[in-house]
Design a protein around this ligand. Sequence first.
Ligand SMILES: C[S@@+](CC[C@H](N)C(=O)[O-])C[C@H]1O[C@@H](n2cnc3c(N)ncnc32)[C@H](O)[C@@H]1O
Length: 280
Amino acid sequence: MTLATDNPVLDRVVALLRDLQGVDFGGHTASTLTRRVQWRAALCGLSDLPAYARFLAGNPAEQLALRSALLVQVTQFWRDPPMWEALHDKVLPTLGYASRREGRGLRAWSAGCADGRETWTLASLLWASAADGWLVVGSDLDPTAVQFAQDGVYAASALGELPELLGPRTLDLKGAYVQVKPGLRPAVRFCVHDLAGVQIAPEAAVVARFDLVLCRNVLIYLQPQVREVVLRKLAAVLPAGGVLVLGLSESLHGEATRWFEPLVEVSRQLRMYRRTQEAL
Ligand SMILES: C[S@@+](CC[C@H](N)C(=O)[O-])C[C@H]1O[C@@H](n2cnc3c(N)ncnc32)[C@H](O)[C@@H]1O
């Protein structure tokens, strides 16, 4: 989904990445594009954006560097602890109803999962709390991040303070690295998926229906029209009663306020919403 900015040089940069690297940043906010492109241009010693656009056109290594700068993959295990605590204590216990009625395990989707730390955190909670048969899908636009997530190996220094539920129970320490325990893997799948693209759910979902969707710190980089496209997609995979979690600085927009309502049992600041009965 390419939307024009009001800057022809940025539009040219977006078109270059789309045509040469196959990633469409046309839905990203002009401020994110400007900041990141200026940052890469400065690192390349080019303060003039048209000169940077010309340099980019003939330089595949810089195309990859800009692509990865624009994908902003900041993440952590157990990022925003109050959200995970509320998920574990108050939300997960309410979520089994639809899955039991349908005779299946709980299904959760970590959308825009970066290198998988969010997905493995989610999987560790379900491992500890949910009945057998649960499934977690992690997806991201970036194939390199998805491969990393799938491998499930992280520098031990990237862990920070982790609760018992996540640390020793789910991660094996191997020298300077931690590795996700084999017991966790069969119920976790990763795949490449563009939240702003045409496909509603990631392929690994098997069926496009989830009880819980985490889409945190992704919408913030997208233009309002694209946020609405993404929220419509997330509403489409959640049955009434299913839960959506956004990042702490994100919120619902436009029509999406009809499809979701804040979870009354948790603080509004945690950006957790329940899917309403409202049709799309
Ligand atoms: C800042 S990270 C957030 C990671 C994780 N959700 C968290 O909160 O820690 C944003 C991620 O969104 C991904 N992303 C950006 N646009 C996307 C799109 N259209 N579809 C899927 N993922 C996207 C990026 O590749 C990046 O990995």
